[in-house]
Design a protein around this ligand. Sequence first.
Ligand code: SF4
Ligand code: SF4
Length: 343
Amino acid sequence: MNHIIIQKSDGSAESHLDNLRVLFEKLEIPFKKGNSVGVKIHWGELGNHSYLSPMYTAAIVSWLRTRDISPLVFDTTVLYSGGRRTGEDALKTAHDHGFTEKFLGCPVIIADGMDGRSVIDIEARYKHFEHVQVADIVRKCDGFIIFSHFKGHLGAGFGGCIKNISMGFASRAQKQRMHADAHPVLQKKLCTRCGTCADICPAGAITITPPDFPEFNLAACLGCAQCIALCPEVALKIFWNADNRVFLERLVETAAAVWKHIHDKTICINALIKVTTDCDCLPGDHSIIAPDTGFIGGTHPIAVDKESVRQVGGAIITQAHPSIPWDHQFSYAHEIGFDDDHK
Ligand code: SF4
Ligand code: SF4
């Protein structure tokens, strides 16, 4: 049976930290003295203002150290332009956001390598993926803590532990495979022809020749949705070549494949703090959609995400992303045997 701990806070930073420490003591810990434990976090895209403070990661590191466990903090590079596309940029963004070795007390690394090549294929054997390509850290650490900021997400409805394992461990190629069916659609009446989308497209798939509207080369489009997220006029809508459920299924399959490798040596903690409409991958300010609840801890990502949805309220997630069937993350996970009743 997968146990779940709900550690509620009163909303203050001190209360959050105290409750995170209490949560540690209540969790069943699969680590032993001398183990190397990877702490999977998201330190926020450059210009994002809603990522979790590094003080929470520092508290996790400190707690591991007091048990003679050797932590390291990690994330992987991303598809889109911004502050995390290369290993070098990603570490600079981590530094700028306060996630430094000096502050955290342990190494901060890019798990898929500074050149994006520290990756391996692992077996999946699901409908969309026979194999998935992920950072090779999946085989290198004795254990993991998946520390996730629970919030809304443009493509998945919500982003929690499932997404942090899936996109978070995935190589850039695997991220692209998951996003492959998405592309932007221009709403001309809203477009000011500012050119922002062309400037930020990592694939060079957008051209704009004033005074014309931007043109999209969909054959070159990676489906990263960065232009959709960053258009200042909200003039781009996301279009899924297939059902959006296919993206959710690919997301879940990647998480499930990783979970097979780490299920017996991992704990999951979701922070329900600054629960925003959108992901920390996006620059800027995002509206808060739910009050701070605290932390949900447990031994299975599905159980932890389900409880997080329950605490925030499914209706609030639907209101933030009405066109996303976000609960398909759970129904598809169940369909493939990746749920809180199974490892
Ligand atoms: S960023 Fe938006 S408003 Fe600017 S050119 Fe692109 S679609 Fe038009
Ligand atoms: S056109 Fe495609 S690749 Fe370029 S930013 Fe938009 S979604 Fe990403």
